[in-house]
Ligand binder design. Structure first.
Ligand code: NDP
Length: 292
C-alpha cells in the first residue's frame, strides 16, 4: 500500500516552476505575476491567501494582494477586476471565494479575463476543458488530483475505471473531464446516485469530493484501488480539539486499497502548486502572443 505524498510532489513541481520562472525572466524579461483579490476578512481565506502569497514569491513570481472591505459593492469589485484585466503587468487574477452573500459569485467569475483566470472557473475555460482544448486554464484541485494519479500509476491511465464522487464545478466535473481526456472510463456520482458503495467497488480509482467527513468506507473500495481524497473537513476530536479529516475513512481504507492520498498532505498542497503552474502558463501565453 502506498501513501501518495502530495506535499513532496507539490514541492517538486514548485521547484520545476521556479526554474522556468527564472528562465522566463532572463530570456524575456518577464516575471509572472499573480494578483489575489480578497473581499472581507474571513479567517480561513486569510490563511489560504497568506500561503498563496508566500509560495508565489518563493518561486520568484510577483505576488500582489488587493483587500477590499466586506461591505464593498459588486460594482466596485467588478471595476477592480476590469482594471486588473487591462493591466498588462498582471498575468493571473484570483478572486478568493467564498464572497460575501450580497455579491454574485458567477458575475464576478464571468468578469475575469479568461486568459488571466488562473482558477479556471470562467465558463470559457470550462467550455475549453469540455471540448478537450489543451489551451484551457484547468481548475487547480482537479489538475492536482490527476498529477498525483498519473505519478502513482505511471502515466498511462487508459481504460481505468474511475468513480468520481461529487459533481461540483470546482472539483467533481472538471476532474471527470480531465480523466476522460486520459482515456479513463469515468462514472460521476452524486447525492442521488443509487447503490453508491456498489458503484465504487467497481472502480480502479476513486476520487472523493463530497464534503462529508470519512464518508467513503473500506468495503466500498476494491482491493488494490487508488483512492484520491479531496475532502477537507474540520472535526472535533474526543479531547475537544479540532483536526482535519478527508472524505474517506482513512484508517479503515488503508488496509485494503493500493494507494491513498492522506489529509492533510495529499491533494491540498497540489492545489496551490497548480495555481502557480497556471500563472506561469498565463504569463507564457502573453510572450507567445508578443512573438507572433
Ligand atoms: P460541493 O459541496 O460543491 O459538492 C459536493 C458534491 O458531493 C455534490 O456534487 C453532492 O451531490 C455530492 N454529495 C453530497 N452528499 C452526497 C452523498 N450522500 N452521496 C454522494 N454524493 C454526495 O463540494 P466541493 O466539490 O466544493 O468540495 C468537496 C470537498 O473537497 C470538500 O470537503 C471541500 O472542502 C474539498 N475541497 C478541497 C480542496 C483542496 O484543495 N484539497 C479544494 C476544493 C474543495 P449533489 O450535486 O447531488 O448535491
Amino acid at each position: 500500500m502506498t501513501i501518495i505524498d502530495g506535499k513532496l510532489t507539490a514541492k517538486n513541481l514548485r521547484e520545476k516552476l521556479a526554474i522556468e520562472v527564472a528562465e522566463m525572466k532572463s530570456e524575456y524579461g518577464v516575471q509572472p505575476s499573480l494578483t489575489v483579490v480578497m473581499v472581507g476578512d474571513d479567517p480561513a481565506s486569510q490563511v489560504y491567501v497568506k500561503n498563496k502569497v508566500q509560495q508565489t514569491q518563493a518561486i520568484g513570481m510577483i505576488s500582489s494582494e488587493i483587500n477590499m472591505p466586506a461591505n464593498c459593492s459588486q460594482s466596485v469589485l467588478l471595476d477592480q477586476i476590469k482594471a486588473l484585466n487591462h493591466d498588462s503587468s498582471v498575468h493571473g487574477i484570483l478572486v478568493q471565494l467564498p464572497l460575501p452573500h450580497h455579491i454574485d459569485e458567477s458575475a464576478v467569475i464571468a468578469a475575469i479575463d479568461p486568459n488571466k483566470d488562473v482558477d479556471g472557473f470562467h465558463a470559457i475555460n470550462s467550455g475549453r476543458l469540455f471540448n478537450g482544448d489543451l489551451g484551457a486554464m484547468v481548475p487547480c484541485t482537479p489538475q492536482g488530483c490527476v498529477l498525483l494519479i498519473k505519478q502513482h500509476l505511471g502515466g498511462d491511465l487508459s481504460g481505468k475505471h474511475v468513480v468520481v464522487i461529487g459533481r461540483s464545478n470546482i472539483v467533481g466535473k472538471p476532474v471527470a473531464m480531465l480523466l476522460l481526456q486520459e482515456n479513463c472510463t469515468v462514472t460521476i456520482t452524486h447525492s442521488r446516485t443509487r447503490n453508491l458503495p456498489e458503484v465504487c467497488r467497481q472502480a480502479d480509482i476513486v476520487v472523493a469530493a463530497v464534503g462529508i467527513a470519512e464518508f467513503v468506507k473500506a468495503d466500498w473500495i476494491k482491493e488494490g484501488a487508488t483512492v484520491i481524497d479531496v475532502g477537507i473537513n474540520r472535526v472535533i476530536t474526543h479531547d475537544g480539539k479540532y483536526k482535519l479529516v478527508g472524505d474517506v475513512d482513512y484508517q479503515a481504507v488503508i488496509e485494503g486499497c493500493g494507494a491513498i492520498t492522506p489529509v492533510p498532505g495529499g491533494v491540498g498542497p497540489m492545489t496551490i502548486a497548480c495555481l502557480l503552474k497556471n500563472t506561469l502558463l498565463a504569463a507564457q501565453a502573453t510572450i507567445s502572443k508578443r512573438s507572433v
